[in-house]
Design a protein around this ligand. Sequence first.
Ligand SMILES: [Ca+2]
Ligand SMILES: [Ca+2]
Length: 168
Amino acid sequence: MGGPRAALAVAGVSLLLTSCAPCGQDPLEPNDDEGSPFDGGSLSFSLNEMDINFHDQSDIDCISYKIPDPGAADDPRMYVEILGASENVDLSLTFECDNGEPGGFTCEGEVLEEPTCSNSGKEPELGFTYDCDAASDEQLGEASIVICASRPSPDKLCIDYTVRAYLN
Ligand SMILES: [Ca+2]
Ligand SMILES: [Ca+2]
């Protein structure tokens, strides 16, 4: 055994593994629409992380999160990040107060009229602040977000990536 034939076989296998092999859908599917996102649970000061993938070039991954009132005392900031993608990713975020309209929604340092924002890149990030309870200096109120990730110009058929969301 061994010799040139075995070496060729090994080379063939590694070639298959590094080319655009099809991959399975991640367990969050179907979640291709902002209106029917995967429920990602609640954000907290611990990392909420999910390892998922774009299983084909048109895959869009939308995830919703609840944000319990973190209290305003230490001025918390919410973050959503895409990590480990080998291609450019468009990341969009839609914010909503659970009760009433947000006062002062700020995303990536910009005060915005509409509670939506977006960012693009291999590891796009969005950091935002808000106040859903204008009557209290101590409370921010409860809120919800939906984020969607997609590829504007996909190269490979499928790629793995991580979605991370947390308060800081
Ligand atoms: Ca997916
Ligand atoms: Ca999807």
